[in-house]
Design a protein around this ligand. Structure first.
Ligand SMILES: Nc1ncnc2c1ncn2[C@@H]1O[C@H](COP(=O)(O)OP(=O)(O)O)[C@@H](O)[C@H]1O
Ligand SMILES: CC(=O)N[C@@H](CCC(=O)OP(=O)(O)O)C(=O)O
Length: 291
């Protein structure tokens, strides 16, 4: 697609603008389609690296974890888009995320002609997390109850040194959302949250969240192409944004607050959607930006 002369002319200013900058790309479990789509994603990542932008991939795998859990007869429950994670679930989540999905993405990028190294937050103690707590109040009650999500973590520190080494060596880091607790426990981290923490620590120009919808949709189904952080609370309160879209937008806001240039939520199954967003005037998806 980028080989057309007019497309290249349109892309050039963006290439110059972002040369040398880091783009954190979160590849969600729902965004992963068939083998052809996976190859397109990998080609886009390789193209970014080739033009001098440094992609860092953080992947999810919620549906794939769910499949494995049901195969072994373990049920799982979600609260506010987060999987309640007991010790057995944490083990299976780590196996699926760090074992099978991580290595598949590394393979795809390699097949597309790039260099990739897979790791999780545990490698080189890259991401340290603490137990995440959630509070809930029953309708009509004044008392807030703490909900125990088990081994669900929120990143509290990111050590970027191993990522800097890989990036400088021409390698795309591919990161599974598993982190190390301060006490040495293993924590399952929502992949959006993980991507946001890494984007913040790397001063990324963009955080790109690839999912299975075109972006944030209004109640009438139309795409909200631009969102200011101040609009998000109201969209959650009036029920426009629900489920997994809530942690996604919370992540966008905290990434922007920690210095990331902007965040984009877009459809990872659209052919070369990543390139359309970065290198064309029209873009793709929902851009969340302060000004
Ligand atoms: N306003 C909204 N616009 C778009 N999607 C929304 C909205 N509110 C809730 N969603 C849901 O959020 C989902 C994306 O979150 P999630 O399933 O966690 O994605 P992923 O697995 O890619 O991280 C969409 O498939 C959709 O069902
Ligand atoms: C705590 C928590 O919910 N962790 C997620 C990690 C994977 C993930 O976030 O994957 P997607 O991006 O594909 O949804 C989970 O167990 O499903």
């Amino acid at each position: 697609m980028l080989l057309k002369a007019e497309t290249l002319t349109e892309a050039l200013p963006y290439i110059q603008k972002y040369e040398g900058r880091i783009f954190v790309v979160k590849y969600g479990g729902h965004a992963m389609g068939d083998a052809a789509k996976a190859l397109e994603f990998a080609q886009d990542i390789v193209l970014l690296k080739t033009v001098g932008i440094h992609p860092v991939v953080v992947h999810g795998g919620g549906p794939q974890i769910g499949e494995m859990l049901s195969r072994v007869g373990v049920e799982s429950q979600f609260i506010d888009g987060l999987r309640v994670t007991d010790a057995e679930t944490a083990k299976i989540a780590e196996m699926v995320l760090g074992g099978s999905i991580n290595k598949e993405i590394v393979r795809w990028i390699g097949n597309a002609g790039g260099r990739a190294v897979g790791l999780s937050g545990k490698d080189d103690r890259m991401v340290i997390a603490r137990k995440l707590t959630r509070k809930r109040r029953d309708p009509g009650s004044m008392i807030e109850q703490e909900i125990d999500l088990g081994f669900v973590g929120e990143p509290v520190a990111v050590n970027r040194s191993v990522l800097d080494t890989l990036i400088a060596d021409g390698i795309v880091p591919v990161i599974a959302p598993v982190a190390l607790g301060e006490n040495g426990d293993t924590y399952n981290v929502n992949a959006d949250t993980m991507a946001g923490a890494i984007a913040g620590a790397l001063d990324a120009a963009r955080l790109m969240l690839l999912t299975d919808v075109p972006g944030v949709l209004a109640k009438d189904g139309s795409l909200l192409t631009d969102l200011h952080p101040a609009q998000v609370d109201a969209l959650i309160a009036d029920g426009t944004i629900t489920g997994g879209m809530i942690p996604k937008l919370e992540t966008c806001l905290s990434a922007i607050a920690s210095g990331v240039g902007a965040a984009v939520i877009l459809n990872g199954r659209t052919s070369h959607g990543l390139l359309l967003e970065i290198f064309t005037r029209q873009g793709a998806g929902t851009l969340v930006k302060s000004s």
